[in-house]
Design a binder for this molecule. Structure first.
Ligand SMILES: Nc1ncnc2c1ncn2[C@@H]1O[C@H](COP(=O)(O)OP(=O)(O)O)[C@@H](O)[C@H]1O
Ligand SMILES: [Mg+2]
Length: 229
């Protein structure tokens, strides 16, 4: 699909300026003319352009009130824009900043390139298609090694980037060259945030689920101990 056509298909769910942002990204050579749809979720649509992935946030997926509630979990953000569009832009900036903070601390995440309005631009992780851990279990030969590779990523997120991921699941781990990459970090918050504990417990629960699917004998508390909590 040419990016100019995206407007026709998705114009209703994106911000009015999305097309201009795509145009800017094209002129700045981040993307080529052709975009391939990878995923459409409740909040965002992800496209691929060569080695680049674009995550384009929809504007009306949450109400203003709801969006403020989510953004308030992050104590780094002290002032909120008054419009829903402004909040969406801030949310994208938050995901970019979190991705950068993880990338700088050597967490295996897509390289963050830039963000523009409601669009996050990052490295594309995949071959012709994208494989998430959810669809990958049967291909894993050394299950223990793989599990600890995932745990090591969380360890870096928590101890080096000092963030809690907040939505750490088998769907937000994608596999490339047998290596797990972590994605979807918009909701991540600093470890010392008032709500960090709740998000952390949920992440550990998800990690424990992953360990069960990989037949690794490790309990909830030992996962925490390994991460250093
Ligand atoms: N950098 C990327 N490279 C390849 N695929 C990606 C990338 N980022 C996201 N995706 C794909 O898009 C899907 C949705 O992205 P994600 O960031 O998880 O958003 P959400 O779950 O909020 O819709 C992912 O499950 C993955 O298939
Ligand atoms: Mg996701």
């Amino acid at each position: 699909m040419k990016y100019k056509e995206i407007w026709k298909t998705y114009g209703k769910v994106f911000d009015n300026n999305t097309f201009n942002y795509l145009n800017d990204l094209y002129n700045d050579k981040y993307i080529k003319e052709d975009l391939v749809l990878i995923s459409e979720g409740k909040e965002a649509v992800v496209f691929r352009s060569g080695k680049v992935a674009l995550k384009i946030y929809k504007i009306m997926s949450r109400s203003y009130k709801e969006q403020v509630k989510y953004i308030k979990l992050d104590p780094r953000i002290r002032r909120y824009p008054r419009s829903l569009i402004g909040l969406s832009y801030l949310w994208v900036k938050k995901e970019y900043m979190n991705l950068r903070r993880m990338y700088m601390n050597l967490v295996k995440v897509p390289i963050p390139y830039t963000y523009k309005g409601n669009i996050l631009v990052m490295e594309y992780i995949g071959y012709d298609g994208v494989i998430s851990l959810h669809n990958y279990y049967k291909n894993i030969t050394d299950k223990s090694n793989f599990f600890y590779a995932i745990l090591d990523e969380y360890k870096k997120i928590y101890n080096k980037a000092k963030l809690v991921h907040g939505d750490f699941s088998e769907y937000n781990i994608i596999i490339y060259n047998d290596i797990p990459y972590i994605i979807d970090v918009s909701q991540s918050i600093p470890v010392n945030s008032p709500s960090a504990c709740i998000l952390l417990e949920r992440d550990i629960k998800n990690i424990h689920n992953i360990s069960r699917k990989l037949s690794i004998n490790i309990n909830y508390d030992d996962i925490k101990k390994y991460i250093g909590i």
